[in-house]
Structure formats: C-alpha cells, structure tokens
Ligand binder design. Structure first.
Ligand SMILES: Nc1ncnc2c1ncn2[C@@H]1O[C@H](COP(=O)(O)OP(=O)(O)O)[C@@H](O)[C@H]1O
Ligand code: SF4
Ligand SMILES: [Mg+2]
Length: 354
C-alpha cells in the first residue's frame, strides 16, 4: 500500500542572490516497508526533500508548490504544531546528517530514548522502555551500558548509531535516514545496514535512505531515486538503476563507487561540481558536466520520460542508453569534459560547436 507520495514538490531557499531551487518538482512514491535510496552528490537537494516532509526546514526555506501525501493526508496543509504533535517521530522519524545535533546535550542518550518511547506510548513502563533502549543499543553494536552516557561522550559514529536507535525506538511508519552510515567504517556500516533492515522488517517500517554512495543503496534499497541540481533525474527499482541506468549522471555516479559493475573496475569521478541552482537557465542542469551534451541539452530542459516498469529518466538522450553506458565506462569520456570548455563535446556523436 502507498504510504507516501510526493507530487511535484518544490522547496526553495530565499537568498540575497535569488531563490535556490533546491528541490524543484520532485515526484516520488513509497510503499509501506519499502526502502527508497535517495542518491546524489552533496548539494543535490536530498536533505531538503527529507526535511520538507517533517517541516524541519530553516527559516529562509519555503515549500512553494506541490503535495506531500502521507497516509492519504497532504502534509503541506498541516501547521507546524500539527506536524510536531502528530507526525514527527510518531509517524516519521529522522536520523539527521549530523547525528550529534539530534540529541539534547543535557540529558543522557538513554533518557531521551525512553522519553520518546513514553511520549508516543504512554502505557510503556520505565523498565520496559529502558529495556527496549538497551536492546536497540545491543542490536546496533553499542555497549548497552552506554545508554547512561551523555551525547558528548559519544564519537560521531556512535552518535549516529544511537540516533538510529532513537529513530527506531518509537516504531514510526517511516524513517528518514540522512547519510546514516557516512561516519562509520565499512565493516560497521555493513552491520548497521543489516540491523536496520532486520528492525525494519520487525516493525514494518519504510525508509528513505539518503546517501551519496551508490554502493550503499545498491545493497539495501528496493527503489532508487537519483537527484541532481534539485531535479529527480532518474528513478526506478534498484535492480534497474544498478544494471540498466539511462541517465549520464547515474552512469557517472556508478563509476565513482566500487563493487557495482565489475571486480576490476577502475573508479572514475565526474569532473566538476554540482550547480548553484539560483534562477537556473533553460536546459539540462547536468549539461556542463555531461560528456554526452548536445545543442538541445543546453537549450531545452529535459522532461521526465517513462521507460519500462515506471523507470523515469530526465535526459534528452535516454533512449540511447546502451551507447551511453558503453561510452561512460571509459575514463577518457569523462576526461574530455574536464578538458573542454562549455558546451561539452559529445564523444558519442552530435557534438555542439558553439
Ligand atoms: N538554508 C539554506 N539557504 C540557502 N541555500 C541552502 C540552504 N540549505 C541548503 N541550501 C542549498 O540547497 C541546495 C541543496 O542542499 P541540500 O538539500 O542540503 O543537498 P544535499 O543534502 O543533497 O547535500 C544546495 O545548493 C545548498 O547549498
Ligand atoms: S545527454 Fe543532455 S539531457 Fe542527458 S544528461 Fe547529458 S546534458 Fe543532460
Ligand atoms: Mg544532505
């Protein structure tokens, strides 16, 4: 059953230079118990999308358009107070990017978990709530006795795990996990992802897993949405995104992380940096970094197109995917962009010469 539906969500930030179109027309759907990976480099708009759901946005942010349908209701219609009382934690909990900031420094971590449990389930006894906090610590690889510590006594990685414990303790229907394993080493990362999965199954929880790391989403997500410059550029089930991506940005991201395509894969990074999306020009936002950009790409913003089974791609050349995949696997393809002044030359034909 559909739990969450984003319909053309637009969240912008007001700045001295104009509106930053951080989330610009996002369409997503999430079923109960589903895990969606929201992927993209830093600055793509991932955190903005997540924070829009529970109105945790800074003062200069505004949801300028769109709907956030959650269990049938539009969350954009709810006041801050309603979101705080009815939605945040109870329905949707968030593991923030900087987990330490999620805790109140003056109470022990255990106290905060127990309080959260008892606010949402007032019938829970102290003993039961403390027991649940300790069990969660144990399952997430933290020493149970650390529940009595204060947040400042935790390292960044431990605080992240404690925050995951807090987010799960209240048994929400949806968890927003913003880079939940970034501060952890690979072995612990693996273990945490497996534990989260088990707990999700146990509590029937859906999750939006935000990460810049394609290898994390390939292992733990049912569907993957790729964001770039505030747009959702590719969206499909995880298998399709990993094996048959169509968007050049996804192809670039896939090259930059190990263990996805081949054992002896050479890691290739995408040259350049994500755009500043203040009043962007017409055209594809990825064009300055795309090795396949053609004249049309600079002049016309690509519309989302649907391929098989709900595979959505926003690229003028999405139907040339086999050719693009082949070209994108070569380091020279991307080097050429780094060496070329805008507009980029296309190695797969159709070079723009102005
Ligand atoms: N408070 C803010 N004011 C202005 N711009 C912001 C603010 N927060 C984020 N942004 C901009 O919005 C864009 C998306 O940011 P964010 O959602 O944090 O991306 P991500 O989580 O993918 O790194 C970036 O260009 C960022 O600089
Ligand atoms: S081929 Fe064109 S439309 Fe597609 S990602 Fe590259 S620049 Fe954008
Ligand atoms: Mg972020």
């Amino acid at each position: 059953m559909t739990l969450l539906e984003l319909d053309d969500l637009k969240t912008y930030y007001r700045t001295e230079d104009g509106w930053v179109q951080a989330a610009d027309g996002i369409n997503l759907e999430l079923d109960e118990n589903e895990t969606l990976g929201l992927v993209g480099e830093s600055g793509s708009g991932k955190t903005t999308v997540a924070k829009s759901l529970i109105k945790l946005l800074p003062d200069n942010a505004e949801i300028v358009d769109g709907e956030i349908r959650y269990k049938g209701a539009d969350l954009t219609d709810l006041s801050m107070r309603e979101i705080r009382n009815r939605i945040r934690w109870k329905e949707i909990s968030m593991v923030p990017q900087n987990a330490m900031n999620g805790f109140d420094p003056v109470y022990t971590v255990g106290n905060q978990i127990v309080e959260a449990i008892q606010v949402h389930e007032p019938e829970t006894s102290d003993a039961e709530a403390w027991g649940r906090a300790r069990d969660l610590f144990d399952e997430l690889g933290l020493d149970e006795d650390r529940v009595d510590d204060y947040p400042h006594q935790f390292s960044g990685g431990m605080a992240q795990r404690a925050m995951i414990a807090l987010a799960l303790a209240v048994k929400p229907s949806l968890i927003l996990a913003d880079e939940p394993t970034t501060a952890l080493d690979v072995v612990i990362q693996d273990r945490i992802l497996r534990t989260i999965e088990e707990l999700q199954d146990e509590f029937d929880t859906a999750m939006i897993m935000i990460t810049h790391d394609m290898s994390v989403v390939s292992e733990s997500c049912d569907t993957i949405a790729v964001m770039y410059g505030g747009r959702l550029v590719e969206y499909a089930d995880a298998d399709t995104i990993i094996k048959n991506p169509r968007h050049p940005y996804t192809l670039g991201l896939r090259n930059a992380f190990p263990d996805i395509t081949a054992d002896d894969q050479e890691l290739i990074s995408i040259p350049g940096t994500p755009p500043d999306v203040v009043d962007p020009d017409e055209g594809c936002r990825f064009a300055p970094r795309c090795p396949f950009a053609e004249e049309e790409c600079w002049e016309e913003t690509p519309e989302p197109r649907e391929f098989d089974d709900g595979h959505i791609v926003e690229c003028h050349r999405a139907d040339e995917a086999p050719l693009l995949r082949e070209e994108a696997a070569r380091k020279e393809t991307w080097q050429q962009v780094a060496e070329t002044e805008e507009p980029a030359q296309s190695p797969a034909g159709g070079a723009s010469d102005d």
